[in-house]
Design a protein around this ligand. Structure first.
Ligand SMILES: [Cu+2]
Length: 411
C-alpha cells in the first residue's frame, strides 16, 4: 500500500514539475506546419502592413494588406468556398473591432474566387500588456489555417485599464468584458451541481459488483427504491420545464434578439486582377537544387506594356526573394522572412516594351530550408506557386501569379 502511494506521489510530483517548468515562450505557432504546397498555392499574401507595433492597452492597430487566391489551387485542398480571415494571437490579448474585405465591412465567413485579389483591413484593440507575435491568417474550411506574415507587438499599460464598451442596436451601452458573465457562470454552476448531485445519489450506494451479485440472486427489485423513481421523475419533467420557463423569461426580457449569424459574405475580387494583362509569364521549367537551396525558374516573359520592365521580387509562402537594386523590402524588414539579395537573373537588361524574352530567375537562400519549403520535393504534389513582381521604369508594379512543377536536383 505504502509503495503504491509513494509511486503515485512521485508521478504527481513529475506532472507538477512538468507544468511548472514548461517553456512558456513558444516562438512559433504553426507557421511552417502546413505542407509547402498548401502554403505556396492557396492564399498568397503581399503588401501586409501594420500601422504601429508599440501601443498601450486600449490603443488600436490597423493591419492592412492584400492577398491573391492562387489559380492553381492544390487538388488535395477543398476549394475556398468557406473561409474566414482572422488574426492569430497567443490568447485574447487583443480584441478585433473591425474587419473589411475589399472595403466592405465583413463579420462572417466568405467564399473566395480562384485567381482573385482582395485587400483587407483589420482593426485590433490592445487588451493585455505583453509582447506578442500576430499574424493575419485564413481559416480554410476542411484545410486549416494559412498564415500570413507575422509581426511582434509590444503592449504597455495596466490590464485593468482595458475598456470594451459597445452600444447595442436598441441603444444600451454594455461592457463586453463583464456582460452576461454572472449569468453564464450561474448556469454552469447550476447544471454542474445538479449533475453531480444525481451522480452522487447513486455512487454513494454499493456499485457494480454488489449490484451484480444482487441481480444474480434475484434481489434486483431492491436496487431501485420508490424514492429513486420519484426523484428521477422529478428530473425528467422538472428539467425541461425549467429550461422552457427560463427560455420564456429570457425571451420576454430581450424581445429584440438577433441569432448568431451563420451566413456567408459575398465579396467580389478587386477589379484589377493581379496580373493586369500587360506582362505575361509562362514558366517553362523549374528546378530546385537541394544542396545549394536554390530554385531556378526558366520563364518566358512577354511585355506588352509600353515601358521596359525588370523583375524585382519573387514571393511565396511569405518568403520574399528580392532582386537588389530593383526591389527593397519596404517598411518592414525586421521580421518578415526576406532574402534581400535572394533573387538573381541571367541578364540585368530590362525587358523592353513589346519584347518577349526567356529569362532564368534564381531564388537562392537558406530560407527554402529554414522555412521548410524544400519539403515540397517529397510531396505527392511537387508544384510550387508564387507571385512575381515586375517594375517598369516609372516604378509601376505588375504582378504575375506563377505556378509550376518543381524538379529536384540532388547533386
Ligand atoms: Cu508568429
Amino acid at each position: 500500500m505504502m509503495k503504491t502511494m509513494k509511486a503515485l506521489l512521485g508521478v504527481l510530483l513529475l506532472i507538477l514539475c512538468g507544468l511548472t517548468f514548461a517553456p512558456n515562450t513558444a516562438l512559433a505557432h504553426g507557421e511552417k506546419a502546413l505542407e509547402p504546397f498548401i502554403r505556396m498555392r492557396t492564399i498568397q499574401w503581399y503588401d501586409v502592413m501594420w500601422s504601429k507595433d508599440t501601443l498601450n492597452v486600449n490603443d488600436e492597430v490597423v493591419i492592412t494588406g492584400k492577398f491573391h487566391v492562387a489559380e492553381d489551387w492544390p487538388r488535395a485542398v477543398p476549394k475556398p468556398d468557406a473561409t474566414y480571415l482572422n488574426v492569430s494571437s497567443p490568447g485574447p490579448v487583443f480584441v478585433r473591432t473591425e474587419r473589411y474585405l475589399n472595403g466592405q465591412a465583413s463579420v462572417s465567413s466568405a467564399a473566395l474566387k480562384l485567381g482573385g485579389d482582395y485587400d483587407f483591413k483589420i482593426v485590433l484593440k490592445a487588451r493585455l500588456p505583453g509582447r506578442y507575435h500576430l499574424h493575419p491568417f485564413f481559416n480554410l474550411h476542411d484545410a486549416g489555417a494559412v498564415m500570413g506574415p507575422g509581426h511582434w507587438f509590444e503592449v504597455a499599460g495596466e490590464p485593468a485599464a482595458f475598456t470594451n464598451q459597445v452600444k447595442t442596436l436598441d441603444g444600451n451601452a454594455i461592457d463586453m468584458e463583464t456582460y452576461g458573465l454572472a449569468n453564464g457562470i450561474g448556469w454552469h454552476v447550476f447544471w454542474f451541481a445538479l449533475g453531480t448531485a444525481w451522480l452522487l445519489w447513486w455512487v454513494r450506494r454499493p456499485l457494480f459488483i454488489p449490484r451484480y451479485k444482487m441481480l444474480q440472486s434475484g434481489q434486483g427489485k431492491w436496487l431501485i427504491t420508490s424514492l429513486d423513481r420519484k426523484i428521477a421523475m422529478g428530473i425528467l419533467f422538472g428539467v425541461p420545464l425549467f429550461v422552457l420557463g427560463a427560455n420564456a423569461m429570457t425571451d420576454r426580457q430581450y424581445p429584440n434578439a438577433i441569432p448568431l449569424q451563420a451566413g456567408m459574405d459575398q465579396i467580389e475580387p478587386l477589379p484589377l486582377a493581379v496580373n493586369d494583362g500587360m506582362v505575361k509569364v509562362k514558366v517553362q521549367r523549374t528546378e530546385y537544387h537541394v544542396p545549394a537551396r536554390s530554385m531556378t525558374i526558366i520563364a518566358q516573359i512577354q511585355n506588352t506594356s509600353d515601358q521596359s520592365i525588370r523583375i524585382g521580387e519573387f514571393a511565396t509562402a511569405n518568403v520574399r526573394f528580392l532582386n537588389p537594386g530593383v526591389s527593397s523590402s519596404g517598411t518592414d524588414d525586421a521580421d518578415t522572412v526576406i532574402a534581400p539579395q535572394g533573387l538573381s537573373l541571367d541578364s540585368a537588361d530590362p525587358i523592353r516594351a513589346g519584347e518577349t524574352r526567356t529569362v532564368r530567375v534564381t531564388a537562392l537562400d537558406a530560407l527554402w530550408a529554414t522555412q521548410r519549403l524544400d519539403g515540397l520535393i517529397r510531396d505527392a504534389d511537387s508544384r510550387m506557386g508564387g507571385l512575381l513582381f515586375l517594375y517598369d521604369t516609372n516604378g509601376k508594379r505588375h504582378i504575375a501569379s506563377i505556378s509550376t512543377a518543381v524538379i529536384p536536383k540532388f547533386d
